[in-house]
Write a protein that binds this ligand. Structure first.
Ligand code: 5FU
Length: 265
């Protein structure tokens, strides 16, 4: 797959989504391909974490529906930190319903995800129209300000995301290139995805065995060199560590070294 050896500059120039373009730029500027999964139940704690590791990461991934102290005012604060330290905020909501419902989940409710998320995740389960209509009609601002990351494969044991499923969904994603900025996967797709960014979760340097609840782990180097990750997603491997800044630097350095090696090979 030629994508794996292309430079980030080449990839940036072939990206069709403004958020993917921005992310390639951030990766190059910060020499980082680290996304941290800030799976904490307090938004105050997420903000604190983001302030400390902000310089090392390019994306901060959250699950807004596990926060016990959510408010839009606090989300504004997190956005300020994201602006100051230059990283994107990904809401891992995994939208998976009909377009009419998903649009309301994205724009409305308590969380108003469209007001603060740079990236959101979605399962392509419901078909191509759900992807093309995810953000609303063609005049919706979100088409410029938010990128969809399609879940093509999951990291867990016995996931139902088969090769056929992900291949078909990837094709739909390519058609909706004004919506889709990248994908979550454990392997590089075979088609031309040069402008898309592959996010790979299930990365943990300390644990090889997974988490006893189906999660499976690999190292940053394996994720990048063998599984095709452009961006590694690290959760408990970092947030449970006693020195999150030192751990973030280790993951940044391991991930970036592997990416540089893959590109120059
Ligand atoms: F789409 C996926 C997937 O296939 N596997 C995942 O683990 C998403 N995730 C997310 O990445 C999951 O919801 C967590 O937020 C994070 C992994 O966290 P960990 O603590 O590194 O296992």
């Amino acid at each position: 797959n030629p994508r794996l050896h292309e430079s980030l500059e080449e990839r940036r120039s072939s990206s069709k989504h403004p958020i993917a373009t921005r992310l390639f730029e951030l990766m190059m500027a910060k020499k980082s391909n680290l996304c941290v999964a800030a799976d904490l139940t307090s938004l105050d704690e997420v903000i604190k974490l983001a302030e400390s590791i902000g310089p090392k990461i390019v994306v901060l991934k959250i699950h807004v529906d596990i926060l016990e102290d959510f408010s839009l005012a606090k989300m504004k604060q997190l956005r300020k930190v994201a602006k100051a330290h230059e990283f994107l905020i990904m809401e891992d909501r995994k939208f998976a319903d009909i377009a009419n419902t998903v649009q309301q989940q994205f724009h409305g409710g308590v969380y108003k995800i469209s007001e603060w998320a740079d990236l959101i995740t979605a399962h392509p389960l419901a078909g191509p129209e759900m992807i093309t209509h995810l953000f609303g009609d063609s005049s919706s601002d979100s088409r410029r300000t938010c990128g969809c990351v399609l879940i093509l494969e999951m990291s867990t044991k016995n996931a139902l995301t088969s090769q056929d499923y992900s291949k078909e969904a990837a094709k739909w994603g390519l058609i909706a290139s004004d919506i889709v900025a990248g994908f979550v996967g454990q392997s590089p797709p075979d088609a031309d995805f040069s402008g898309w960014i592959q996010f790979t979760p299930g990365v943990n340097s300390a644990s090889k065995s997974g988490d006893s609840k189906g999660q499976q782990y690999c190292s940053p180097a394996e994720a990048v060199l063998e599984r095709g990750a452009d961006i590694i997603i690290v959760g408990r491997g970092l947030i449970k560590s006693s020195d999150v800044v030192a751990t973030a630097e280790n993951y940044r350095s391991e991930g970036w070294t592997a990416l540089t090696k893959r590109i120059t090979n």
